[in-house]
Design a protein around this ligand. Structure first.
Ligand SMILES: Cc1ncc(COP(=O)(O)O)c(C=O)c1O
Length: 358
């Protein structure tokens, strides 16, 4: 086996934390089945290892057909739902062959399926109850534009636009529309994402679809103590430079030292998925202490101002988020949310899978 080389950022993914978050989702929605949302490489956590760690779920959900095929190629046999359905007949055939369940959101998909040899395959219908992204309008749904008796519709779902804000009036409105449209149907129903699972019991229905909460991220961007963050991101210190008051560092000389100080050069950059935009003043943990990013983040490196007495040397690890540093704090410092930070990590970042220390 190739040696694990030191100069590489590492996402330490605690699979027990993901199981704990799943257990929490089940406790909150005890009557619902769980469709674990593992799209986008399990939100950056490493999809195959994550799926294999939580095979007790009832199904997995991915956004695209190619993501579903990846699960099948890895030998995952549980039901897999494709949230965006198929886009053409090649994708439809692939769903059939690989037993992926597409969620149909448009008349185009219904026509494509009706015209195919796969009319009997199980599908779900997605309705737009107010988010106006994907889904049949309530009118089209009532008018039977979803294929009616001629298709094998086993479930109906929708997606909440504001579940991260429990008091948002749109939540109740969406759930009411969903209830009205589905009341007399004899099929599976689903509308709850993480925000719905955590905040809106009326949204639980037959299936819940937890995404970010499985990974310990909070949908609202405010750290939720009930959740166990699954990922800790670290990167090595490459060099420690003494900088004189007035010196600038990095591209564009965007930061000038206000005092004689020390700057650690860290081996992670935007090509690893660390945000370049607004990274200045974002916290990181150096030797367990909060220190802050200075200057412009480059492709493979960035800078952190450290104190004269910080006892660190090249090769030591710095924590970008995770253990001791909430990803939500990092997200709000760079003007984003935990979802984007984890899901943008590139394959350059090694994923190390760990379990709780016992
Ligand atoms: C249709 C659908 N369901 C469920 C989820 C999971 O959402 P969350 O990560 O907020 O739990 C997503 C994610 O965007 C989604 O698109």
């Amino acid at each position: 086996m190739a040696p694990e080389l030191a100069n590489r950022p590492v996402a330490h993914v605690n699979l027990d934390a993901i199981q704990r978050n799943l257990d929490l989702a089940r406790r909150l929605a005890p009557r619902s089945k769980v469709m674990a949302v593992v799209k986008s490489n399990a939100y950056g956590h490493g999809v195959i290892s994550v799926c294999n760690a939580i095979l007790g779920v009832d199904a997995f959900a991915v956004a695209r057909v190619n993501e579903g095929l990846e699960l099948r190629e890895a030998g995952i046999e549980l039901p897999v739902y494709v949230l965006q359905g198929f886009l053409d007949t090649t994708e439809l055939d692939a769903c059939r062959i690989s037993r992926l369940v597409p969620m149909l959101h448009s008349p185009f998909q219904v026509e494509c399926l009706k015209a195919s040899r796969h009319r009997d395959m199980a599908v779900w219908i997605k309705i737009d109850t107010g988010m106006h992204r994907l889904g049949f309008s309530p009118e089209d749904f009532r008018l039977g534009m979803t294929g009616g008796e001629r298709l094998n519709v086993v479930g109906v779902m929708s997606h909440l636009a504001n579940a991260d804000q429990p008091d948002h009036p749109e939540n109740a409105a969406q759930i009411e529309i969903f209830n009205d449209l589905t009341r007399d149907l004899d099929c599976e129903l689903s509308i709850a994402n993480s925000g719905g699972i955590l905040n809106l019991p009326d949204s639980h229905f037959d299936w819940i679809r937890p995404g970010i909460m499985l990974y310990g991220g909070s949908p609202s961007g405010v750290t939720d103590p009930m959740l166990s963050p699954a990922m800790s991101l670290t990167a090595p210190i490459l060099a420690i430079n003494s900088v004189t008051k007035g010196d600038s560092i990095g591209y564009g000389s965007s930061w000038y030292a206000k005092r004689d100080t020390r700057v650690a050069v860290i081996g992670i950059g935007y090509a690893d998925g660390y945000p370049r935009e607004r990274a200045n003043d974002t916290p990181v943990l150096v030797g367990g202490e909060r220190r802050y990013i200075v200057g412009r983040t480059s492709m493979d490196m960035m800078f952190v101002e450290i104190e004269q007495d910080d006892a660190v040397s090249p090769g030591d690890s710095v924590t970008l988020w995770g253990d001791g540093l909430s990803i939500d704090d990092v997200g709000s410092a760079v003007g984003t949310i935990g979802y984007t930070l984890v899901s943008r990590l590139t394959p350059r970042v090694r994923r190390d899978f760990v379990r709780d220390a016992h």
